[in-house]
Design a binder for this molecule. Structure first.
Ligand code: FA5
Length: 342
């Protein structure tokens, strides 16, 4: 049997030498290693051997099989113009004890933009609050005037957890707790990660960041809201950017607005990031609904307030010219490590 194995090896080596194209190589592989191939056949003959001899011969056949496999792979690479042996020989020896070189780390663009916007509002007297990502339905909806059958509560948008909690769909979920915690007057921003069960495209993600803001005092009006929005945008972009205000409906504000920014990727000409509209929906806002103030324990006869829900991830897209929002969660360091606050 050992002699037979040796002969098979020699026969294979002779045949391999003459092979010059990949079809012949595949035929050779099938001839030796295929289901009815020579090596398979010799494996099946093992059953005719006694236990001692089987134990002795088994490893020889395995070595033969692995040898043939390795030679075929190497030949395949050679035929593709890829000489493994040559490459291995050309590798320079290296010193494994040499200290590694590490590049400096960098902040994620969301962290950069968040810190920047926080600083802008902090300098205008706003406090910054953190809020959990898992909230209950009362916080996310009822406490801000979203009744039970409102479409925003539809399973399509909201991730419901098994403990009857939800993943925060918007930072507005913190409004009620923050009003109750601080009362009025109040100037607060609260950034956070939001989750929505929706299909993604270049400006929609299932996980994205918002920054909510509220100002409550006597005599707060829409002009205060517009003033703060303008300051924030001019500080972030350090240049005039075109915005437009349209009526918008949100159950927790009255009146409500959509604040859009001209798409800075295409300069308003239309591109995939803005779905060819030239505008990006950035920061809906409005005057806080009296019911919401009341549910937050604030006297709605004495106080008025505005609230906004800034799309922080979209703001970062515009600031850093990132065309596709999905890049933020991609982990692609080539894209993510090149941004700095300027
Ligand atoms: C809201 O979430 C309201 N809570 C905002 C609000 C707060 C209105 C206070 C009035 C007063 P909307 O669903 O439109 O609204 O989201 C607000 C912003 O978050 C959008 O303009 C957009 O910039 C960003 N945003 C919303 N959904 C996504 C998404 N899937 N991916 C990325 N950004 C999103």
């Amino acid at each position: 049997m050992e002699k037979k194995i040796e002969d098979i090896k020699t026969d294979f080596e002779n045949k391999l030498k003459d092979i010059s194209d990949s079809t012949d190589l595949e035929n050779l592989r099938v001839k030796f290693l295929g289901k009815k191939g020579i090596v398979t056949e010799i494996f099946s003959q093992m059953k005719n051997l006694g236990p001692l001899e089987r134990k002795k011969i088994g490893p020889f056949i395995n070595v033969l099989k692995n040898f043939i496999l390795k030679e075929i792979l190497q030949k395949k690479e050679k035929l593709r113009g890829f000489d493994l042996e040559k490459i291995v020989n050309s590798l320079k020896p290296f010193d494994v004890s040499r200290p590694a070189k590490f590049g400096g780390g960098s902040y994620h663009p969301i962290t950069l933009i968040q810190e920047e916007v926080e600083e802008i509002f902090r300098s205008m007297g706003f406090i910054i609050e953190e809020f959990p990502e898992v909230v209950d339905e009362y916080q996310c909806f009822e406490s801000i005037n979203i009744p039970e059958h409102h479409p925003a509560r539809d399973m399509q948008d909201t991730y419901y957890l098994s403990n009857s909690k939800v993943l925060k769909t918007h930072t507005s979920a913190a409004q009620n707790d923050i009003m109750r915690k601080y009362g009025a007057p109040l100037k607060a921003i609260f950034p956070g990660r939001c989750f929505r069960n929706e299909s993604t495209d270049s400006s929609h993600e299932t996980t994205f960041f918002q920054m909510e803001g509220m100002m409550i005092d006597d005599n707060v009006s829409i002009s205060n809201l517009i003033y703060f929005m303008k300051i924030m945008l001019s500080e972030v972009f350090k240049k005039a950017v075109k915005i437009r205000l349209r009526p918008g409906f949100f159950p927790f504000v009255e009146p409500g607005f959509e604040l859009d920014i001209e798409c800075l990727i295409c300069g308003g000409n239309g591109c995939s990031s803005c779905k060819n509209s030239g505008w990006i929906e950035l920061c809906p806002c409005g005057m806080i609904h009296p019911n919401v103030l009341e549910m937050g324990g604030i006297d709605n006869k004495k106080y008025t307030g505005f609230a906004f829900g800034l799309g922080l991830t979209r703001l970062a897209m515009m600031k850093y010219s990132i065309k596709d929002i999905r890049d933020f969660n991609s982990g692609n360091l080539e894209i993510l490590s090149q941004f700095f606050n300027v």
